[in-house]
Design a protein around this ligand. Structure first.
Ligand code: GLN
Ligand code: ZN
Length: 758
């Protein structure tokens, strides 16, 4: 049925076509039919890539206009009450994702330990659910009509429930009995579409520590789904870690195959004997869907061969470790990249080729390769050897400095430092600030691009940036914010900006990866030892500070976030790479304070998503992640105030760790989930200052003064005013000035009202 297998393919388009189509539609510049046209072109183009590369089955329904979890909620009729009044399904779909003038968007959160964000479905015991299979069936028909052999991707029922939230009492699992019949009905409908149909259920929830209550549901669910009709061949796909517990259960169900991640879940190797004793096909996820390094094809063949000593070849297939959604499209657009470094890389389209080549060699033997394939294999062997030996990777000075590092944390405990800081900074209770970025306007984007391409000189470029900073500062002073920021106009992205200035980093021209909805990021990649040749932010921050009497926050991205949002070399432990970054950042912190900057924010937006998926690996991660944040700020004087920012609100499990990071102020994202989550700070007796976001910046909606007043009062029920800062819940770069101006001035207004009432 298949010898090679991809879990899924990216969808935003190699030139981000879907992004631009969506944004044109959202801003009213184009009709929805334009989005549909682009979407269809992309689906066909992506199927064509898969087919051309010799992939046996193309993936259907991995495509989405916004997000697959949202699609699944819509498919099951899980439309939250507040959106039901919107009749037009397209309008309603985007309202759920993005909110409207009077309706909050649904919550969004990170997909496991990736930087992809999904929409969190809202379920309730009162709701009745109804299947709408139109998208799934429509996309499948489209693929078949266009001549492709296709399989259908679905989010499995347990992952769907596991990642949804219950808006009334109880847990989402209680709805298992309610949604399973819908999945069954879907199986029936799909079974009528052809003689034999492969359906892939994505169940990444199986790689987390499975709740013992859920374990029995695995067998029930897949007995049921695989039992609907014989012509349905079910593949259960897990990724990002091992799935040992679920594997044990699934082997006793009538599913056809398991797709396991052998790159990020080495414990999956422990199950080979068990799988061999069953009748299941094993899809060996061996081409890394999370990283951009070329596959070591010789090594992959060895692994496949080894696995084949357990499981007969006919029951094996070579697969990607997860969906290729998490890597960029194609190296074709990386013409400017250093050719040596480029030869070490592989994006989604290239990974399809690797996959095909591995499966050909594995099944047919390397002696039977065509000349072209043989050349490909030789090139792969050579590139891997060259990478291992390259002098561009190893830097003695960096290793020596790490080995002799003496300063690893700040002087003085928080309680004493904060007194010095208050004396120096003199800010009132409920001090107002923002998270760092202001709207990225077409003008600054254009100027950055022109400077990069050499069409404007440094002077012209700096003039545009400085004008923007001037405006930002003037605006912040005008509305009365207390701690100002420069607005980050010079940064295309909070990680790439630093990556471009650090030695050991490479960056792409077109390595876009979807982050959420239409938003993409272009992660840089770490190929060698990291060092900082010169100061990275000092000129901009000191310029901004020169324009105001108020405190200007220096703005850096922390080591763990830089690591998590980069593609990281796979020839050294991540913790070592992180420490190298931390040491480089510690020099930047010192340079900033030496020029008179008194507040420095070190963003750790990705600290939490870096957490291992399995509890067994958490202590090790926390130890080095905290160690490296502390190294990064270790040179800060006691009177220099260190802020950090984190893009989420669930701190229950990690509050000790957050405290151990020893930042003076932390701003967090609570706006979308209310202040219930803040209570952990009180319960824990958290001492440091906290800025819980008072409004959601992920939506274009402008919060009213009253609403923010209410929000602040709610916060004050949990924490005292002296401990609270007031800020939006994240950076404002994705918003428009028309939204940011009124939102922030409403925020400041609200603080005035609350202060007056205290
Ligand atoms: N300082 C960054 C900004 O404001 C933080 C962004 C983030 O948390 N993702 O854009
Ligand atoms: Zn954030």
């Amino acid at each position: 049925m298949f010898k090679n297998y991809t879990i899924g393919f990216p969808r935003i388009g190699e030139q981000r076509e879907l992004k631009f189509a969506l944004e044109a539609y959202w801003s009213g510049k184009a009709p929805f039919t334009e989005v549909e046209k682009v979407a269809k072109e992309l689906r066909i183009r992506h199927w064509e890539y898969q087919k051309k590369a010799g992939i046996d089955l193309v993936s259907v329904n991995d495509f989405s206009l916004y997000d697959n979890m949202l699609d699944t909620a819509v498919m099951l009729g899980a439309i939250p009450q507040r959106f039901r009044k919107i009749e037009d399904p397209t309008e309603r779909y985007f309202a759920m994702a993005r909110g409207t003038g009077d309706t909050f968007a649904m919550e969004m959160t990170k997909w496991f330990n990736t930087n992809y964000h999904y929409i969190v479905p809202e379920l309730s015991s009162d709701d009745s659910y109804r299947l709408d299979s139109s998208k799934v069936i429509g996309d499948y028909r489209e693929a078949v009509a266009a001549g492709y052999n296709a399989k259908i991707n679905l989010i499995g029922p347990l992952t769907f429930l596991g990642l949804s939230k219950k808006i009334d009492r109880g847990e989402t699992w209680e709805l298992f009995g309610k949604i399973m019949p819908l999945y069954e009905q879907l199986m029936k409908e799909i079974s009528m579409l052809g003689d034999e149909i492969v359906i892939q259920f994505d169940e990444p929830i199986f790689v987390t520590d499975i709740d013992p209550k859920i374990q029995p549901l695995i067998k029930i669910a897949y007995d049921t789904l695989a039992g609907v009709n014989e012509n349905i061949k079910i593949v259960v796909a897990t990724y990002f870690e091992h799935a040992c517990e679920a594997t044990a259960a699934l082997l006793h169900t009538p599913v056809h195959a398991l797709a396991l991640d052998f790159v990020h879940g080495p414990k999956n190797f422990d199950n080979l004997e068990k799988i061999a004793a069953s009748d299941k096909t094993l899809i060996v996820g061996i081409v890394d869907g999370r990283n951009i390094w070329i596959n070591d094809i010789t090594k992959s063949i060895d692994i496949m061969t080894q696995i084949a000593t357990f499981i007969p070849k006919e029951r094996l297939a070579v697969g990607t470790s997860c969906s290729l959604l998490h890597v960029p499209f194609s190296l074709r657009y990386e013409a400017q990249m250093d050719p040596e470094i480029r030869s070490w890389l592989s994006y989604a389209v290239e990974k399809l080729d690797e996959l095909h080549l591995i499966s050909k060699i594995f099944y047919n033997g390397s002696e039977n390769l065509t000349d072209t394939d043989r050349a490909k294999l030789e090139a792969n062997v050579e590139a891997n050897l060259a990478r291992r030996a390259s002098t561009r990777i190893h830097d003695k000075a960096v290793l020596e400095r790490i080995a002799t590092l003496d300063r690893t944390e700040r002087d003085m405990p928080f309680e004493e430092r904060i007194l010095l800081q208050h004396a120096a900074l003199r800010y009132p209770p409920l001090a107002t600030t923002t998270i760092g970025s202001f709207p990225q306007t077409p003008e600054i984007r254009k100027a950055r691009k022109a400077y990069k391409n050499g069409t404007i000189d440094q002077e012209a470029y700096e003039a545009v940036m400085k004008a923007y900073i001037d405006d930002c500062v003037a605006f912040q002073e005008e509305i009365g914010l207390e701690v100002l920021v420069h607005g980050e106009p010079e940064r295309n992205d909070m990680v790439e900006y630093f990556g471009e200035q650090l030695k050991g980093y490479g960056f792409s021209q077109n390595g876009w990866v979807q982050s959420y909805g239409s938003r993409c990021v272009k992660p840089p990649f770490i190929y060698g030892d990291i060092s900082r040749p010169e100061a990275m932010t000092v000129d901009w921050i000191t310029y901004a500070q020169s324009k105001t009497e108020k405190s200007m926050k220096g703005m850096l991205t922390g080591p763990v976030t830089i690591l998590n949002w980069s593609f990281v070399r796979d020839d050294m432990p991540r913790s070592e790479v992180s420490r190298q970054i931390a040491v480089a950042l510690s020099d930047e912190v010192d340079d900033l304070q030496k020029t008179g900057i008194k507040i420095i924010q070190v963003d750790e937006a990705a600290f939490k998503e870096g957490y291992p998926l399995r509890g067994e690996n958490i202590p090790e991660y926390e130890a080095w992640a905290v160690r490296d944040f502390k190294i990064a700020v270790s040179k800060a004087k006691p009177e220099t105030q260190i802020h950090t920012h984190m893009c989420y609100s669930e701190f229950n499990d990690i509050i000790h760790t957050i405290e151990a990071m020893d930042a003076d102020v932390i701003s967090i994202e609570t706006a979308r989930s209310g202040n219930a989550l803040l209570k952990i700070f009180k319960k824990h007796g958290y001492k440091q200052e906290v800025g819980p976001g008072v409004y959601d910046i992920h939506s274009p909606r402008i919060p009213s003064v009253d609403e923010i007043v209410d929000q602040i009062h709610a916060l004050l029920e949990v924490l005292p005013k002296e401990q609270l800062w007031i800020n939006p819940d994240c950076g404002l770069k994705t918003r428009k000035w028309e939204e940011v101006r009124p939102s922030l001035s409403n925020m400041v207004e609200a603080v005035k009202i609350v202060r007056a009432s205290l």
